[in-house]
Write a protein that binds this ligand. Structure first.
Ligand SMILES: Nc1ncnc2c1ncn2[C@@H]1O[C@H](COP(=O)(O)OP(=O)(O)OP(=O)(O)O)[C@@H](O)[C@H]1O
Ligand SMILES: [Mg+2]
Length: 244
């Protein structure tokens, strides 16, 4: 497999706080990579750096072999990097279909084409019946889907999901898992942040664990859940006992 995204020696400082410290990660084309770690570990900060929301203090990021470190978020989106936000950012007083059209306009200037694209994505994400609703009328799980739909409408090669399944019931989470699998089957590479191990571990091909801004482990899910450093920093005794 070839690396779609390469993060090299990335450091993000906020004053005296080091939110990401010397992070180096490869994301392979076609994989689902899980990014896990305790609260404040630097997961969302890393997503911001990859998506171009914030320029890192140090380090480089390459996408499809091209250095994108100095590009802003719109340029990276044009290259095929899309993200959802941990705190949902819908356009509340616009309809669902209009929200998704905002993403589709990344690839077309035509409202007709953008609307067609938006409808297709809404169908795919299970929101077609809510097309005309205002975003602020959606339930929290529907809003999470809308976030994913808007990101997908930009036709990404790399999709960054930041806790897209947080707050879902087990049944909704299962649907979310299916959606992620279908997106990957369409050729999209995925990096996902999730705290619920029962969701993330069966779904991902590989996991990277951050703690205090540093990568403390990476590998296959089965190895990650047995890694002493990961258990100590994040998973705790519960997992040690269960997986023993
Ligand atoms: N804009 C900012 N200014 C100052 N500090 C920040 C900023 N963004 C994040 N931080 C700090 O950086 C650290 C990493 O935060 P980040 O949001 O990346 O963690 P996270 O792994 O996403 O956590 P969570 O699981 O709670 O979402 C935290 O200590 C946070 O308070
Ligand atoms: Mg976060």
């Amino acid at each position: 497999m070839s690396a779609l995204l390469e993060v090299r020696d990335l450091t993000q400082r906020f004053g005296g706080l080091v939110a990401n410290a010397d992070v180096s990660i490869d994301v392979n084309k076609g994989e689902i990579l899980g990014l896990i770690g305790p609260n404040g570990a630097g997961k969302s900060t890393l997503f911001n750096a990859i998506a171009g929301v914030r320029k890192p203090t140090e380090g480089r990021i390459a996408f499809e072999g091209r250095d994108v470190t100095d590009l802003g978020a719109p340029e990276r989106c044009a290259l095929g990097i899309a993200r959802t936000f941990q705190v949902v950012k819908s356009f509340e007083t616009m309809s669902v279909v209009e929200n998704v059209m905002v993403g589709a306009f990344q690839r077309t200037a035509s409202s007709r084409v953008a609307r067609e694209k938006a409808r297709e994505v809404l169908e795919f994400t299970g929101l077609a019946a809510r097309e005309k609703a205002m975003a602020n009328e959606l339930t929290p799980p529907e809003k999470r889907r809308l976030e994913v739909a808007r990101a997908l409408a930009t036709e990404p090669k790399l999709l960054l999901l930041d806790e897209a399944m947080t707050g879902l019931t087990p049944a909704e989470a299962r649907q979310g898992v299916e959606l992620v699998r279908t997106v990957r089957a369409r050729g999209v590479t995925i990096v996902m942040v999730e705290h619920v191990m029962e969701i993330v571990m069966p779904l991902v091909d590989r996991a990277v664990v951050l703690d205090l801004g540093r990568v403390i482990a990476e590998g296959k899910p089965a190895d990650i859940v047995r890694d002493e450093r990961v258990i100590t920093a994040y998973l705790g005794e519960r997992h040690r006992a269960r997986d023993a």
